[in-house]
Design a binder for this molecule. Structure first.
Ligand code: NOJ
Length: 565
């Protein structure tokens, strides 16, 4: 296994189309990233993860790749990529690429060839199936199975040219690759080695626990009120997934030290994650689990449910305990698929700054590798979306269409999309107070959040009390305090609905972290308060330290003590 340098690292995710536009076409690009590298180096992050920059029809903003070994002209070129990589390395940071190989674009030459005829050489590089027995191909309900796609509608597209259907778990422009075929696997491995030879430092693997499917692709159960079956039992953590990941390790990673591999794995359990991240099994370094970002999701997808803090703590507590001895956690609140955490689990009004800092501290001081999503470090908020016409995301549009067709009240659907939709994360990075937040001199592909005059990087870097400098201090603490990296984790106050509290212990050093997840003061009923009476207050996001363990609204504190006995 590679050495575990990433245990003390912090990763920063860049969504290139929304980060910085250098040429005024309204779309972020690689030169824009190069121009802003000092913002990231100043923050102190160790690794940059780039969401896809490959040639793509942009049906799903680049998660539909038509050439795995080039750069989309929207973003630049391979030459500019090399410049970026060198500039990242010069600053002592690493660069991780997004690897999207559960599916390609339908415009990828592999798929173009595959759909050419039933006897095409690459026919079985994808999942082709005839119509359901006894049904007329191409007619409603004749799909090979009942699965719905993640983006709404059926997971199968009829191809009139050959009279068969292909599987697409996401959009119809994202056909699933058939990993049963060894030629597919070796083509992917070769492509990965090509990027590593170019100098990249690892991969974030898109929905990688979807790549092994149960043979026969059986129908799934149909959730109440839904038009489609849920096929996830047949493609989440499927029968050959560990074999495929170990093979990838053998073919690509082995012998190359200092890489980082992280698998995005919706629906992964702690037990499965242990297997995926056990170093001896040689699969991946860590996984992205989803339990904590699904904690505010109720049984009805189109009804908002408030987060219960005790649920969130139970989730993190389970993951921390489960991977305490074997494997490793990744830690994130945000990415390009999630709404802004300060709007979701914090207070983006009166206590925006305090709650953004509290959320940062609680997350970063767990055991695991933290990920920051662009804008999180300045406390960016959700966007005030109006009607469906304000959304650009294929998921929001597809799910809205399906829900309305299934008879849902469009207003209910919009309420959920406004709070949870992925476009919240995708509005332009807010750099300064100039038009469009300094993101572009042109017209941005998605409008800037109107709060940019108040929330932007220029203001935040100048203000020593900003969210930015708080994140900088959190990262510094990870780099200087071994208990943050290696310390044991103990959850305290699991039944408290306002306070999140835990300790980290490494040798004689113990840290105590307490965060108030509410706008009202709360007293921490610590099991052993006397032990902390002369502890050092390392971080505090408000002017006053807590008196008698009463934390103010959204307050976060971190104490350190040396245990003598
Ligand atoms: C997960 C990615 O994070 C998301 O943005 C994308 O839509 C799907 N995978 C499909 O690639």
């Amino acid at each position: 296994m590679t050495d575990a340098w990433w245990k003390s690292a912090v990763v920063y995710q860049i969504y290139p189309r929304s980060f910085a536009d250098s040429d005024g076409d309204g779309m972020g690009d690689l030169r824009g990233i190069i121009q802003h590298l000092d913002h990231l180096a100043g923050l102190g992050v160790d690794v940059l993860w780039l969401s896809p920059i490959y040639p793509s029809p942009q049906d799903d903003n680049g998660y539909d790749i038509s050439d795995y070994q080039d750069v989309d002209p929207l973003f630049g070129s391979l030459e500019i990529f090399d410049e970026l990589l060198a500039a990242v390395h010069e600053r002592g940071m690493k660069l991780v690429m997004d690897l999207v190989v559960n599916h390609s674009s339908d415009e990828h030459p592999w798929f173009v060839e595959s759909r050419g005829s039933v006897s095409a050489a690459k026919r079985d590089w994808y999942w082709w199936e005839p119509a359901r027995e006894g049904m007329e191909p191409g007619t409603p309900g004749a799909e090979p199975n009942n699965w719905g796609s993640v983006f709404g509608g059926p997971a199968w597209e009829f191809d009139p040219g050959t009279g068969e259907y292909y599987l697409h778990l996401f959009s119809r422009k994202q056909p699933d690759l058939n990993w049963e075929n060894p030629a597919v696997r070796s083509a992917v491995h070769e492509m990965m080695r090509w990027w590593l030879d170019r100098g990249v430092d690892g991969f974030r693997m898109d929905v990688i626990n979807f790549i092994s499917k149960v043979p026969g692709l059986p129908d799934g159960p149909v959730p109440a009120g839904s038009a489609y079956g849920d096929g996830s039992a047949s493609f989440l953590n499927g029968p050959r997934i560990h074999e495929f990941l170990h093979e990838m390790y053998e073919q690509v990673v082995k012998g190359r030290e200092a890489l980082l591999t992280v698998g995005e794995m919706p629906g992964v359990t702690v037990e499965q994650a242990k297997l995926y991240t056990d170093p001896d099994r040689e699969e991946v370094d860590m996984v992205f689990q989803f339990d904590h970002v699904w904690a505010d999701r109720g049984p009805d997808p189109w009804a908002l449910q408030r987060l219960k803090l005790t649920d969130l703590k139970a989730i993190f507590g389970r993951w921390q305990a489960g991977l305490a001895d074997l494997g490793w956690n990744s830690l994130y609140w945000n990415n390009h698929d999630q709404p802004r955490v300060v709007s979701r689990y914090g207070d983006d009004g009166e206590f925006r700054v305090e709650s953004a800092k509290m959320l940062g501290a609680v997350l970063h001081l767990h055991r695991g590798t933290p990920y920051i999503y662009q804008g999180e470090e300045i406390g960016m908020t959700n966007y005030p979306f109006g009607g469906i016409g304000d959304f650009r995301d294929i998921e929001a549009l597809g799910q809205y269409a399906q829900a309305v067709e299934e008879g849902r009240d469009p207003e209910d659907v919009l309420t959920v999309l406004r709070a949870r939709g992925r476009d919240n994360a995708r509005t332009p990075m807010q750099w300064d107070t100039s038009p469009h937040a300094g993101f572009t001199t042109g017209t941005p592909w998605l409008p800037a959040n109107p709060r940019y005059p108040e929330i932007n990087a220029a203001l935040a870097t100048k203000d020593p009390d900003s969210v930015y400098h708080w994140y900088r201090r959190l990262i510094e603490l990870r780099h200087t305090e071994p208990a943050v990296v290696e310390g044991d984790f103990t959850m305290l106050l699991p039944h408290d609905e306002q306070l999140y509290a835990f300790t980290r212990r490494l040798g004689p050093t113990e840290l105590l972290v307490i965060g108030n997840f509410s706008g009202t003061p709360a007293r921490a009923e610590l099991p052993d308060p006397a032990a902390w009476s002369s502890a050092e207050l390392v971080l505090n996001n408000t002017a006053q330290p807590p008196a008698d363990w009463v934390l103010g609204p959204w307050q976060a504190v971190v104490y350190r003590r040396e245990v003598t006995a």
